[in-house]
Unconditional design. Structure first.
Length: 332
C-alpha cells in the first residue's frame, strides 16, 4: 500500500466516523420528549419495571407519632373529627399542636441496612418510600422545607438518603420515592387555591424545586406522585417536569412515573396507571398498571386503633397478588 492509498483509506474512515456521529446525534435529538402527553406516553417502559411483579410501599412521617387515624390525622383533626379530638384530650396537654409531634419523631430504631435486607428477602423488585406526604414534612434535609424536615427536627437524619444508600449497596432492588404535590396547610398553596390556581407561587417555590432536588440528589427510579387532584397538570407544571425527567435527568433511561400529575390525569395519563388506591380490575388491561395497596383494608400507615379484622388475611393478600399480576399489573 502506498502512502496515497493509506491517506485515502484514513480519509474514508474519518468520513464514516463523522457520519456515524452525526447519525447518532440526530437519533438522540429525535428521541427527546416534548411536554405533551402524546409525546411523553410514546416512551416505552424500562424493562425492569415492565417485568416486575411486586414492590414495597412504605408510609412514614410525623403522622407516625400519634399513629392514630393514619396518614390523614392532621387534616381530620383540623376538620373537627370527634374521635381524634377525644384521642388528643386523653393523651396530650391542651394547646398541643401537630408541629409538636415532630420532636417525638425520633426513628431511634431505624436501621436502613436491616430494612434493605428485609426488602430483599421479600422478593420485591422495587421499594417506594414516602419522601413527603400531604403534611409537608420532608424525610430528607430539603432546602425548601426549612425546619419542617427530618434533619432540622425529630431524628436529625436524612431518612431518604440512608435508605437509598442501603438499598443500592446491599440489594438489587430499585429505589423509588413517593412525593405529594400539594400540602394541606401550606400558606403558599392555600393562596394559589384562593386565586383559583391562576397563580403558581407554591409550585415554583416549593413543589417543583423539591422534585428536582429529590431526583438530582437521590436518583429515584420511581417517581410516585400524589396530591394532585385539586388542580390541573398545567398548574403543577407536571408535563414540563416529566419531559426533563425523561430527557435530561440522571435517571432518564430507567425512571418510571405514575398517573397522578393533575386533576383528571389518573387512569388516563402517565408512565403507567394506578387509577385508584387498591386498583384491581380483574381483567386484562391495555396498559401497564399498578395496584397500590396496604395490608390494612382501609388506611395507609400504621394506626394504633386498628383491630385484627381490619387487616387482609394471608389468603386474601395472595389472591389479590395473583389476580393483579395475571392481568398484567404489579402489586405495590
Amino acid at each position: 500500500m502506498n502512502i496515497y492509498q493509506h491517506k485515502s483509506r484514513k480519509s474514508n474512515m474519518d468520513i464514516y466516523s463523522l457520519c456515524l456521529y452525526l447519525c447518532c446525534a440526530y437519533l438522540s435529538a429525535a428521541q427527546r420528549y416534548e411536554p405533551t402527553w402524546e409525546s411523553l406516553e410514546s416512551r416505552s417502559l424500562p424493562s425492569w419495571f415492565d417485568e416486575a411483579k411486586l414492590g414495597i410501599f412504605m408510609h412514614w412521617g410525623v403522622f407516625s407519632v400519634p399513629s392514630y387515624s393514619a396518614v390523614w390525622f392532621w387534616n381530620n383533626w383540623k376538620n373537627g373529627n370527634k374521635d381524634i379530638n377525644n384521642f388528643m384530650k386523653r393523651n396530650y396537654r391542651p394547646g398541643y399542636t401537630y408541629a409538636d409531634f415532630a420532636a417525638d419523631f425520633k426513628t431511634e430504631f431505624y436501621d436502613p441496612k436491616r430494612w434493605a435486607a428485609i426488602l430483599q428477602a421479600s422478593g420485591a423488585k422495587y421499594v417506594v418510600l414516602v419522601s413527603k406526604h400531604h403534611e409537608g414534612f420532608t424525610n430528607w434535609p430539603s432546602n425548601y422545607s426549612w425546619n419542617w424536615n427530618s434533619y432540622d427536627t425529630g431524628p436529625h437524619r436524612d431518612l431518604v438518603g440512608e435508605l437509598a444508600t442501603a438499598v443500592r449497596e446491599t440489594t438489587d432492588l430499585r429505589f423509588g420515592l413517593y412525593h405529594s404535590l400539594y400540602e394541606w396547610f401550606n400558606p403558599l398553596y392555600l393562596k394559589d387555591k384562593e386565586n383559583n390556581f391562576t397563580t403558581q407561587n407554591f409550585v415554583k417555590m416549593k413543589t417543583m424545586p423539591e422534585l428536582y432536588e429529590l431526583v438530582n440528589r437521590y436518583k429515584p427510579e420511581v417517581i410516585w406522585s400524589d396530591g394532585d387532584w385539586e388542580a390541573s397538570d398545567s398548574y403543577w407544571m407536571s408535563k414540563e417536569f416529566i419531559a426533563w425527567l425523561y430527557n435530561d435527568s440522571p435517571v432518564r433511561d430507567t425512571v418510571v412515573t405514575n398517573d397522578r400529575w393533575g386533576r383528571g390525569d389518573m387512569c388516563h395519563h402517565g408512565g403507567y396507571l394506578t387509577c385508584s388506591d387498591r386498583y384491581n380490575p380483574k381483567t386484562l388491561q391495555k396498559r401497564k398498571f399498578e395496584n397500590p395497596m396496604t395490608i390494612d383494608k382501609n388506611h395507609w400507615g400504621f394506626r394504633r386503633e386498628a383491630n385484627i379484622e381490619d387487616f387482609y388475611t394471608s389468603k386474601e393478600l395472595i389472591s389479590t397478588f395473583a389476580e393483579t399480576i395475571s392481568c398484567g399489573g404489579i402489586c405495590l
